[in-house]
Design a protein around this ligand. Structure first.
Ligand code: 5GP
Ligand code: ZN
Length: 139
């Protein structure tokens, strides 16, 4: 299903042109208009899913192998030395376009590393056990 008001539905289905690096029946991979580094790409499903919680299983199964394929092509084609996979869910997590997408961000030796979105804190084992229980009992 597509959402008529969704820009990523339009881009994924070719109604709005974008720099496309890959396309198949399920996905289009485009370059991000506001790239973190040269070659920053987005994997877009051609169907509309708001976020990973809504993602159809077949798309879920396809997205990680595709990310690996594109990442390898970035290493060969762009000469990047690594890449980050980033996938935001919900405004609190930084999601701005509410159509599932996965970022593939090439990283170059000597450049900024990783996403640097958090300062690691300390956690004791009691706190970790308490948090684990809260998640485990809601699966
Ligand atoms: P989010 O923050 O939702 O995970 O990421 C949305 C990303 O989509 C941002 O990195 C933003 O630069 C990119 N973006 C938003 N609108 C467009 C667009 O119309 N075309 C392209 N190519 N990228 C877009
Ligand atoms: Zn959409």
């Amino acid at each position: 299903m597509r959402d008529e008001n969704c820009i990523f539905c339009k881009i994924a289905n070719g109604e709005i042109l974008s720099a496309t690096v890959y396309e198949d029946e399920m996905f289009r991979v485009i370059l991000d208009l506001g790239p973190a580094t040269d070659g920053h790409a987005l994997i877009l499903p051609k169907e509309h899913f708001a976020d990973v919680c809504r993602l159809d299983e077949a798309y879920g199964a396809g997205v990680l192998p595709l990310a690996a394929k594109i990442g390898q092509a970035m290493k060969r084609g762009l000469g990047c030395d690594g890449f980050n996979l980033v996938q935001n869910n919900g405004e609190a997590a930084g999601q701005t376009v509410h159509h599932f997408h996965m970022h593939i961000i090439p990283r170059y030796a000597g450049g900024p590393k990783g996403i640097a979105a958090w300062e690691p804190r300390t956690a004791d084992s009691e706190k970790l056990a308490e948090l684990a229980e809260k998640i485990r009992t809601n699966i």
